[in-house]
Design a protein around this ligand. Structure first.
Ligand SMILES: C[S@@+](CC[C@H](N)C(=O)[O-])C[C@H]1O[C@@H](n2cnc3c(N)ncnc32)[C@H](O)[C@@H]1O
Length: 313
């Protein structure tokens, strides 16, 4: 038990790496020590005003707020404060929203992280059915990206696709180049760097990835986020983990993970998904905590409170 759930370095709290915790995320985050995450992906309710469900699925998500936008922002604000506290100085936060509230949340995040720490507004563009005769069809979500400390965030350039330039040649080693007045201008052989507009298909109703959760996100989206902002062995956290997309992808990519959701249905689904997902929760972050703990001489607590109190649904 102690090997899997070591204590944080300063506080003696236990960190339930590789477990999906069924608890309100504010209460759970408050049990964690400062700076324990390399990347946090947050996909909270969007303030859509809807009850979301999928045909044939028992899972519904109520995204309705008694005091309207004020009530929604009052819910989110202390949680965003915690996300900031939990990030390492080299860490990044990705907050996934849509047009309903993203502009209000951006202002709150600027206040917490600092305007300069805003790194990207990623547009996830998708094609789904449905058109509007009153305005342009709304076919994108927005993901706000913040660095915990300006300029210190880990970032791996991702490359994909083909160059959209005329007159591309290839040399004898297959490297792409263009002839210019100054000579050959070489392009990166792995293709162009990803921009902040991502074309990734929405999960179709018959997708093999579907586990029956209304707001499930495509794994391709999380793959990009995790690969861009972490290296193998780093800790990826998701405190609105829903059907477990983030931990499933983190595990497959060899990252350690922390996950939480307050819906017993979601947690049950995610645990099943994780039990079938390839990969194992990586031990390197756990080892790092153990080393820090033994250097500081902190005593481990017995048992795992989160796992015992909240681990079952
Ligand atoms: C948009 S969904 C996340 C979907 C997820 N990214 C996926 O791919 O399945 C938001 C999730 O936040 C959870 N949630 C809402 N309020 C919460 C709270 N206070 N504590 C923990 N989880 C919460 C909901 O149960 C829901 O599963």
């Amino acid at each position: 038990m102690r090997d899997r759930f070591p204590t944080g370095p300063d506080t003696g709290q236990q960190i339930p790496f590789g477990q999906i915790i069924c608890q309100d995320n504010l209460a759970f985050m408050r049990t964690l020590p400062d700076a324990c995450c390399d990347l946090i992906y947050a996909d909270p309710p969007f303030f859509s005003g809807k009850r979301q469900s999928r045909p044939g699925s028992p899972h519904t998500i109520a995204d309705q707020w008694p005091n309207g936008l004020d009530g929604y922002l009052a819910f989110l604000r202390p949680r965003l404060d915690q996300l900031h506290r939990l990030l390492k100085p080299t860490g990044s936060l990705y907050v996934h929203l849509d047009w309903h509230a993203v502009h209000y949340v951006k202002v709150i995040l600027d206040g917490i992280f600092g305007y300069q720490a805003f790194a990207n507004e990623i547009i996830w563009s998708y094609r789904t059915g449905g058109v509007s005769t009153r305005w342009f069809a709304r076919k994108h979500d927005t993901i706000l990206v913040y660095a915990r400390q300006v300029g210190r965030q880990k970032f791996n350039v991702l490359r994909q696709g083909a160059y959209r330039t005329d007159g591309l040649n290839y040399d004898h080693r297959g490297r792409p180049y263009k002839n210019t007045k100054a000579g050959r201008l070489y392009f990166h052989p792995d293709g162009p760097a990803l921009t902040d507009v991502w074309d990734i298909p929405f999960l179709s109703t018959v997708s093999r990835q579907r586990v029956g959760y209304p707001t499930q996100k495509p794994e391709a989206l999380l793959e990009r986020i995790i690969q861009a902002s972490t290296d193998p062995g780093d800790c990826v956290a998701d405190f609105f983990s829903g059907s477990g997309t983030t931990p499933a992808v983190a595990q497959r990519l060899g990252r350690t993970w922390l996950a939480c959701d307050n819906s017993p249905h979601a947690v049950r689904l995610a645990r099943k998904r994780l039990s079938l997902a390839p990969g194992k929760a990586q031990p390197s972050a756990i080892k790092a905590w153990k080393q820090q703990r033994s250097r500081k001489g902190a005593k481990p607590q017995s048992g795992n409170r989160c796992g015992q109190d909240h681990g079952s649904d």
